[in-house]
Design a protein around this ligand. Sequence first.
Ligand code: NAD
Length: 426
Amino acid sequence: MTSYPSLSFITPHADSPWGTFLATLDSIAPHLGPLARFAETLRRPRRALIVDIPIEMDDGRIAHFEGYRVHHNLSRGPGKGGVRYDAGVTLEEVMALAGWMTIKNAAVNLPFGGAKGGIRVDPKGLSRKELERLTRRYTSEIGLLIGPDRDIPAPDVNTDAQIMAWMMDTCAMNTGTSATGMVTGKPVALGGSLGRQDATGRGVNVIGREVARRIGLHLAGARVVVQGVGNVGAVAARAFVENGARIVALQDRGASLFNPAGIDVAAALAHKQRTGSLAGCAGAEAIDREAFWSVESDVLIPAALEGSLTAERAARVRTRLVLEGANGPTTPAADLVLAERGITVVPDVIANAGGVIVSYFEWVQDFNSFFWTEDEVTRRMDSILTGAFDHIWRTATELGASLRTAAFVVACRRVLSAREQRGLYP
Ligand code: NAD
């Protein structure tokens, strides 16, 4: 019987995000046993919506933007995944990000499927009012897919608590409900969770602690390199400093900084807050963008965008441990190079899962209208993440495989078992 290609107008190349996702699925197929019968379902997003977003600009012009919302797999629960605003957003990228959310939610055993959304726009070119109109129209257009028990968006690159507040309010206006459970990552005053803002970066640090313990690496005094100083990278950098580590290199879109004695992270973040970039920050040497990848370290945290750790860079990195703060930062070819060089890589689907775990807590708290202390949130996140990582570490040992393979195997077994138990409709 013929199976037709999924979204046949998309032909991913090997290092593109969707190509990377498919390559990982291929690599774990031998570990699925009888569940392999259902594996094709993971190579096909369940549904993908493309929307036109016309908005009136402040000068009276009408501008059109393209937006997306993809449900990759909903076998284990409603879709969950962020919304990205970036000039480089494409349907293919959103499909990959949705796929990784399916895997991530299953890897840490949250009752969610995988979804993601985005708008192809450079938000820095918009005024606040334009950004609000864009967000509200996008929310309205994807309204047929989202809802507290269907698909719950959250922040991602270039979106934040304010954007979530506008999304929630738009849903509330359209449905006549309070709509708190529609999105997570909201301001705390609107039903957000304490600890959500810092959860992803803190989670990267929790995973760093767990791996370090297992490979005999002392975080006190360890040298750490971080790419990306946004929501994930900045919080992770601060947390490693609290562990006594030194941040020896930092990179954002504007600059790469190096200081073997340790960058003053608080000062660097304050400089970025003031000027919008790390460029011109005192107390560290500005280095070439490519030289950044050769800085000697014990831990390397790519926490910017996908595809940044290429095979060429992987051959040059001098580190023991890569913690993927970003989604999909390591290309499949780079993964092979790092494995050959004996560098431990903790994949995104577990390393950055702290954010979605606390988003889950936010959703639960909104249903109950009963809110937890930040300490409770952080403790419960640590406990789920630590338990999930232990399971993945043991699976990797049993299979004699990488942590990425193990995480995908654990997650795909859960997703495909759910598919098998539910049966195929009709
Ligand atoms: P952000 O917009 O807050 O920060 C992104 C950072 O990356 C910025 O410092 C930016 O300057 C830097 N950057 C962008 N392009 C770069 C380039 N070419 N070279 C160097 N630096 C560059 O975004 P974020 O929320 O921190 O997300 C970062 C990554 O983490 C993304 O892959 C995102 O999908 C992933 N992630 C985020 C969350 C979350 O809770 N925010 C959760 C899980 C995964």
